[in-house]
Design a protein around this ligand. Structure first.
Ligand code: WT7
Length: 634
């Protein structure tokens, strides 16, 4: 076992201190021995906060797939790398060994090359959770193409925006995605998107749902036909440490999503380091993260982190409540899962179904539980601990972001203590600061403020694709010499952190990070809408839900208005962005400078009507009473 994986609370503290006192030696020593490098680095890291320029392991040559696959072949070629559990419980699961994975990734890489793909090309993956998605991600990495995975729940408009932003040359998709009894017509959605995407040259289609689709001659090709005669051997592309590995989009507070760009070496080092420390993975354990590969959690903790650590990682195609709410627990028993990592929203939703789902479920193989995506409330935490972990499993509450690439604050399973609703302590290498609104560091342990990071770490995003200025503005200008997370946090007397939620215009709905501005832009497209303001409010199952306040152009009642708004948002952004409540109002509260005061609307949406705070700067305070009066109750 590596000395860089903490084994006790004391060991964690020593490792942490070492990582802070001499970050350069810490990361150099860890990285030197734990990975296979084609060439070593010239410098461990360099940074310039004001330009938001960061580099890790500059000068090194590496390919992440050698580290995730090739180097395990000799000792562990027959070990299961990916355990695929299909949507339909009656369909056979697949055990894909490291040797199989090696061959499949090589064939896929050769297929991409035969289409003309090369290092630096952007390739969009719009796919369900099937093995071909994992093969495609790794095949891109193998040949140095930059993957841009778009979650298969996104609409055609969201897909075309993302493809165009990165000017992707190729798209890999499937006929349809299976989710419960439903089929998502992915190819059909992609066809609509591609009408707006001139950069796409070729489309590869995986046969999965067997739904009817149309294939455009010369552009669309079946995966099976292309892959058939590909060789099982493929040279890796030699990557510079700082060459981009992938782009992944996350919502921003202006309408346009941000294409976060991650690096090759730093991302590899930190996803491996954090995976092993947080989950304390031991050889032969079966690890399951229920996220979709369309989100960062799937990138870092289904694919890259676990595979680089030589783990067996489970990939589940389906949904938690199909064919019944016991599906997760059935899979845990079936595959003897030891480590289970999911989202608070899934826990809350399953908990609401009562205890029947747990009948005849043993759950006896579980050793470690985890959560990610949003703050977990006390009730959900206790249910998880008691009914799933049977009081025997620590729960790692992992705080991080698409931008951070890997887990930043979390307890380490059985090494540092858990504390319900707290993400607890920063990982070694992660220097957390709480700053007040004027940027002053809050030095006392017991404090609450803006959550910031004061030293670069290996897996931080390097830029926003095509817009470095936005990268600087969003993360590095609010507080000098700090990365600003956009979250607020509290710190208790023992130094444990509890995330209090976003301090900006992002709402986390069922673990999905939604930009309110993006939703407002869509609502404003409705011909009767003058203006809208979208805020989040606490919701029992979803964590947060969307409340839209809409000012109409005229005061006439419009029939089916809410349904139209819902349909519009669903169609353009995807059903997860649909507002839970739509309230029309005579006017929106505005400051004299014309800025909508969302802070007040947030309070009204949360039914916190008495403490609206200072309304003295409002131009039109009278509108508040009307909005309060017509508030939509649950
Ligand atoms: C935002 C990032 C990290 C992968 C999934 C979401 C919230 C995330 C926690 C947690 C409290 C959390 C934060 C963060 N968040 N994990 N354990 N406790 N809040 O990635 O879509 O980039 O969203 O999710 O608000 O900023 P993302």
């Amino acid at each position: 076992m590596s000395r860089f994986v903490a084994k006790s609370l004391d060991g964690y503290k020593k490792l942490y201190d070492e990582s802070i006192n001499s970050p350069e030696t810490f990361w150099a020593e860890f990285s030197k021995n734990e990975f296979s490098w084609i060439r070593h680095w010239d410098s461990v890291f360099t940074f310039d906060w004001s330009k938001a320029k960061f580099s890790w392991f500059a000068g090194a040559k590496v390919n992440i797939t050698q580290n995730c696959i090739d180097r395990h072949l000799e000792k562990n070629g027959q070990k299961t790398a990916i355990l695929f559990e299909p949507d339909d419980p009656n369909e056979k699961s697949q055990h894909i060994s490291y040797q199989n994975l090696f061959e499949e990734v090589n064939k896929t890489a050769n297929m991409l090359k035969s289409m003309g793909a090369k290092k630096g090309d952007r390739i969009c993956l719009y796919m369900p959770m099937i093995p071909e998605l994992a093969f495609s991600v790794l095949a891109c990495a193998k040949i140095g193409a930059i993957h841009s995975v778009v979650f298969a729940g996104f609409s055609s408009k969201s897909l075309s925006n993302r493809i165009n932003d990165a000017k992707c040359r190729f798209l890999i998709t499937s006929d349809g995605g299976l989710r419960g009894e439903k089929i998502t017509p992915l190819k059909k959605i992609a066809d609509q998107a591609l009408e707006l995407c001139p950069s796409i040259e070729k489309v590869v289609v995986v046969r999965r749902a067997k739904n009817e689709i149309t294939m455009k001659a010369g552009r669309d090709f079946w995966w099976d036909a292309l892959i058939e005669n590909q060789s099982k051997e493929c040279q890796v592309e030699i990557m510079d440490a700082e060459d981009p590995l992938f782009i992944l989009y996350t919502s921003g507070s202006t309408g346009k999503p941000k294409g976060m760009v991650h690096s090759s070496a730093g991302y590899m080092v930190y996803t491996n380091f954090s995976f092993r420390n947080v989950f304390q993975y031991k050889p032969n354990q079966i690890y399951w993260c229920t996220a979709d590969i369309g989100w960062i959690t799937g990138h870092s903790y289904i694919i890259y982190g676990p595979l680089s650590a030589g783990a067996t990682t489970v990939m589940f195609e389906g949904v938690p409540n199909y064919p019944n709410p016991g599906r997760f627990w059935e899979i845990i028993d079936k595959h003897k899962i030891n480590i289970f990592y999911t989202a608070p929203t899934a826990i809350r939703s399953l908990a609401s179904h009562g205890q029947n789902q747990l009948k005849n479920k043993r759950l006896s193989t579980l050793e470690v539980l985890g959560t990610v995506g949003e703050p977990i409330n006390e009730e959900a935490w206790q249910w998880y601990f008691e009914h799933i972990g049977k009081h025997n499993c620590p729960i790692v509450d992992t705080w991080w972001q698409t931008e951070t690439g890997g887990i930043m604050i979390s307890n380490l399973a059985n090494v540092t203590p858990h504390k319900a609703t707290f993400a607890t302590l920063p990982l070694p290498g992660i220097q957390v600061n709480l700053l007040d609104k004027d940027g002053r560091e809050l030095k006392e342990t017991d404090a609450e403020g803006n959550l910031c990071i004061k030293h670069p770490w290996p897996s931080m995003a390097r830029t926003i694709y095509g817009d470095h200025q936005r990268f600087i503005n969003t993360y590095f200008s609010r507080f000098p010499k700090h990365y600003f997370t956009g979250d607020g946090a509290k710190r208790d007397a023992d130094g444990n952190y509890r995330i209090t939620g976003r301090v900006d215009d992002i709402v986390i709905v069922s673990g999905h990070n939604l930009g309110t501005a993006e939703i407002e832009n869509i609502i404003n497209q409705h011909p009767s809408v003058a203006e809208s303001a979208v805020v989040g409010y606490p919701h029992k199952k979803k964590g947060n839900a969307i409340y839209a306040f809409v000012q109409l152009k005229t005061q006439d009642q419009i029939q089916n208005f809410n349904a139209e708004i819902n349909a519009l948002v669903s169609k353009t952004l995807g059903p997860i962005c649909k507002p839970e409540k739509v309230q029309t109002c005579l006017a929106l509260p505005k400051t004299r400078s014309g800025k909508i005061m969302r802070r007040i609307l947030r309070k009204i949406a949360s039914n916190d009507l008495e403490n609206l705070g200072d309304v003295s700067t409002l131009l039109n305070p009278a509108c508040i009473d009307e909005i309060k009066e017509n508030r939509i109750n649950d």
